[in-house]
Write a protein that binds this ligand. Structure first.
Ligand code: VG1
Ligand code: CO
Length: 542
């Protein structure tokens, strides 16, 4: 029976950079998840009997919310729900299934790289029919709907057992439980030269993939150990755990320190990689070198044609605004269009749909292509392996030759986490107030050439997004960008993005910390970080 349940609205269900993220206890409030899901269903466009894809990264509370989402989908006119076995789907695999099954959309349950567990984070994100995150117009409409919601609809029947593959019914809706890996693995085989990569591995190329006890464990095992024949044990931390083993499933120098240490050892593997909670981010480590995500985007864009799926070349590149301009140099040299978008994958969807770009990326360890409409961690790992196999060079040699051809863009992101929200707003507000007078000001050897608050007009649908980050540009091309995170669940997180271009290859062999020293000091002077937040050091440098 379909029940209509009276509820009262919450005022804090505004989706951030990537869906609605809150602490688990917050999500556990009565009606909280139901209200947000009903707001999505009320706003989402679909025909009667449409298909909905549902899956999550397996974190704590995933199972409960999946059951609720299925019972609510059955009460909201969907004809079919396609759900990963045990409720598991990586974010890129969900995107692929939405596209492949011509679904009206999908519900992705994840808080990505944020920690999980009973006191950890949880999240709900809605993806549209192209497989990508809902654009701002839809997330805003969902938010407005949530502020006025008076009731939600739900079936009183229990959701089916999600451990069994196959079809069952709930009300008039089919629930189809699918293998979460199969369709994704098939897609990867259409893009990359699996025989060539497998031959390289069989020839003694050693690799390690750290799934960080998150969703990519089963994907990594099936693809890297299964299809590519890497020895058992190549995938480490491969069993998804509800609390990620107490870790932080964020593939960066802090949380993937073990993997990086192995790759810095002469006797260690040749190639290391890691992904995040929901499988859309990637970290690439070569022997003796950690590849910065912005460099990785540029290098993949420059070499994608070496993989069969991109042999015809790429149409263009898009990067989020704070991502370094390394990709711009590839685009300029190859005569490709380059688009600069606000942070968050939802801004790439229209460009990909219109065929304007093939490869997209963000400095936050996200890269992807037009094969789905999300960033894709394992895709990036496989493209790197394909490029390495094709070029027959080490990761380090590939990165260094890229720098010598295009110049090196030194880059760092400094994160100040859980700072006081008012202090954070004050810092950004003060920067905005000073923008008009900034141009021409001198800081040490640096002269400000331009300063603005980034806004973006989508070239396809004309929508405008303002207030996307304060940019201070210096003559010579160096930049400092300040923005507040839209994915945190406690206090505010200030992100400061710092970059400097160095064309002279005799000066490439310097640590970023050193190459960026003057800019790092200047970031504090201009941003008044110490003064306003009381922090003298960032919590994380990526
Ligand atoms: C962060 C990253 C952004 C990314 C977003 C979602 O957002 O900076 O590049 O798209 O996370 O990624 P913010 O607003 O905290 O800076 V994921 O892997 O968390 O879905
Ligand atoms: Co993620």
């Amino acid at each position: 029976m379909i029940l209509t349940v009276a509820t009262s609205p919450f005022d804090d269900q505004k989706p951030g950079t990537s869906g609605l993220r809150k602490k688990v206890p917050h999500f556990k409030q009565p009606h909280y998840a139901e209200n947000f899901l009903q707001s999505i269903f009320d706003v989402a466009e679909r025909d009667a009997g449409a298909t909905l894809v549902i899956g999550g990264d397996g974190r704590f509370f995933n199972r409960e919310v999946i059951q609720i989402a299925i019972r609510m989908a059955a009460a909201n006119g969907f004809g079919r729900v396609v759900v990963g076995q045990d409720g598991i789907l990586s974010t890129p695999a969900a995107s692929n299934l939405i596209r492949k099954r011509k679904a009206a959309g999908g519900i992705v349950l994840s808080a990505s790289h944020n920690p999980g567990g009973p006191d950890g984070d949880f999240g709900i994100k809605y993806n549209i029919a192209n497989g990508g995150p809902a654009p701002e117009a839809i997330t805003e409409a969902t938010y407005q709907r949530s502020r006025a919601l008076a009731e939600y609809r739900i079936s009183d029947a229990p959701a089916p057992d999600l451990s069994i593959l196959g079809e069952t019914m709930i009300e008039a809706m089919v629930v189809e439980v699918v293998d979460p890996v199969a369709d994704y693995a098939e897609l990867m085989q259409t893009l990359f030269d699996f025989d060539k990569i497998a031959a390289m591995i069989a020839g003694g190329f050693r690799l390690e993939f750290d799934a960080m006890h998150a969703v990519t464990g089963p994907y990594g095992k099936a693809i890297i150990e299964g299809l590519l024949g890497a020895p058992a044990g190549t995938v480490v931390n491969g069993i998804p755990l509800e609390d990620f083993g107490g870790g932080h499933p964020d593939p960066n120098a802090v949380y993937a320190a073990d993997l990086i240490a192995k790759l810095m050892d002469e006797d260690g593997p040749d190639f290391g990689a890691a992904s995040d909670g929901d499988g859309d981010r990637n970290l690439i480590v070569g022997k003796g070198i950690v590849v910065s995500p912005s460099d990785s985007l540029a290098i993949l864009a420059a070499n994608a044609h070496l993989a069969p799926g991109y042999a015809k070349g790429i149409a263009g590149i898009a990067r989020s605004m704070p991502t370094s301009q390394a990709a711009d140099r590839v685009a300029a040299k190859r005569g490709l269009p380059l688009f600069e978008t606000p942070t968050g994958w939802k801004f790439f969807g229209n460009l990909l749909d219109a065929g304007k770009v093939t490869i997209c990326g963000e400095e936050s360890a996200g890269t992807g292509s037009d094969h789905v409409r999300e960033k894709d961690g394992l895709w990036a790992v496989l493209l790197w392996l394909n490029v390495v196999a094709e070029r027959g060079e080490s990761v380090k040699a590939i990165v260094e030759s890229h720098w010598s051809e295009f110049g090196r863009t030194f880059y760092q992101r400094h994160d100040y986490e859980e700072i006081d929200s008012k202090a954070a707003a004050g810092l950004i507000g003060s920067l905005r107030d000073r923008l008009a007078s900034m141009s021409g000001q001198r800081f040490g050897t640096l002269v400000v050439s331009e300063a603005d608050d980034f806004s973006y007009k989508d070239p396809i649908d004309g929508s405008i997004s303002t207030g996307q980050g304060v940019r201070i540009l210096f003559s010579g091309g160096s930049r400092i960008v300040y923005r507040l995170s839209g994915t945190g669940t406690k206090g505010a997180t200030l992100r400061v993005y710092i970059e400097r271009y160095e064309p002279d290859s005799t000066r490439h062999n310097v640590a970023p910390q050193e190459a960026l020293a003057e800019l790092i000091d200047t970031a504090d002077v201009i941003g008044e970080i110490k003064k306003r937040t009381g922090r003298s050091e960032p919590d994380v440098i990526t």
